[in-house]
Design a protein around this ligand. Structure first.
Ligand SMILES: Nc1ncnc2c1ncn2[C@@H]1O[C@H](COP(=O)(O)OP(=O)(O)OP(=O)(O)O)[C@@H](O)[C@H]1O
Ligand SMILES: [Mg+2]
Length: 269
């Protein structure tokens, strides 16, 4: 196991065993990868039986770390994915911009922590909306501060599913067909636009797509929804073309029942 994760889990275990102490200061734990609030949040989640152990890193990104956790240390395969937004390196300008245009968030967010909490809860809400519309996404479990727990996508022995970028589909046309069925529900049933759709944010779970990373997804009446949709679909078209799929942009549009010019100019930063 990555020594940093081992240290983080050790910290979490220390917290769990000292849970009667009154404040986090008393617990004298430190961690290289978690700040105090994150550790406190993980501790609360452990205390509420959402999480027992952290046991490995799945991905270390610019804005978030995704770890593998076990819900119950007595049940061998009770894996959960633990997505932790890092306060220090997040792109606050982008978060603010996306949240301000979203009618579900009519609050003024004036500090970074509040903004990250709103961002995490936005991902949770988007995921819930997609999951409720029976779209192939990880099941959301809970969001607390900057931590999101979600269903672990992988096999029974804890190997996470790879992204389509890392594990190209065996039959790109067939895989894209399945993806378009999921995207049709995403757009027309959940009324969401992904906003960062690419082969990096689609997992290949036994040759079926699982859409992930929906924090920046917006409701269809968001002012930039159409531009994001045009960008997403062009990206998917280009990337799958490179993988060998033969579908055209027009066919994609038809399969998604869209009345939209996918060649239009877009204005996104
Ligand atoms: N539920 C899950 N089950 C298994 N693996 C996951 C899950 N969610 C995310 N991952 C893995 O973690 C990686 C990063 O997740 P995600 O795309 O949600 O974060 P991110 O916002 O892109 O992070 P960053 O932008 O900082 O790179 C994914 O590419 C995938 O490999
Ligand atoms: Mg991602």
């Amino acid at each position: 196991m990555d020594p940093k994760i081992a240290k983080a889990d050790e910290d979490l275990q220390k917290l769990i065993s000292k849970k009667r102490l009154k404040s986090i200061e008393d617990r004298r734990v430190s961690s290289e990868i978690f700040d105090k609030q994150t550790l406190e949040t993980l501790y609360k989640l452990a205390n509420q039986n959402y999480l027992a152990i952290l046991n490995g890193a799945i991905s270390t990104g610019k804005e978030a770390n995704v770890l593998k956790g076990l819900k119950d240390d007595k049940i061998a395969d009770s894996y959960v994915a633990v997505k932790i937004y890092r306060i220090a390196t997040s792109d606050f300008k982008k978060m603010q911009y996306y949240i301000e245009g979203d009618p579900r968030f009519k609050i003024k967010l004036n500090n970074k922590r509040q903004l990250i909490t709103a961002w995490t809860s936005k991902e949770f809400r988007n995921l819930t909306r997609a999951y409720d519309a029976k779209i192939s996404v990880p099941e959301p479990i809970i969001a607390m501060n900057n931590v999101l727990l979600l269903e672990f996508i992988g096999d029974e022995i804890g190997n996470p599913a790879q992204t389509v970028r890392n594990q190209n589909p065996l039959d790109p046309d067939d895989f894209l067909d399945k993806l378009l069925i999921e995207l049709n529900k995403f757009i027309n049933k959940a009324n969401l636009v992904h906003g960062d759709l690419s082969t990096f944010n689609i997992l290949n779970k036994d040759e079926y797509p699982v859409i992930i990373d929906v924090s920046q997804s917006v409701v269809k009446d968001h002012p930039i929804a159409n531009d994001l949709l045009v960008r997403d679909l062009n990206t998917i078209h280009n990337e799958f073309k490179k993988l060998g799929a033969s579908i055209t942009l027009d066919e994609i549009k038809n399969k998604l029942n869209l009345d939209l010019d996918l060649n239009k100019d877009i204005y996104l930063n």
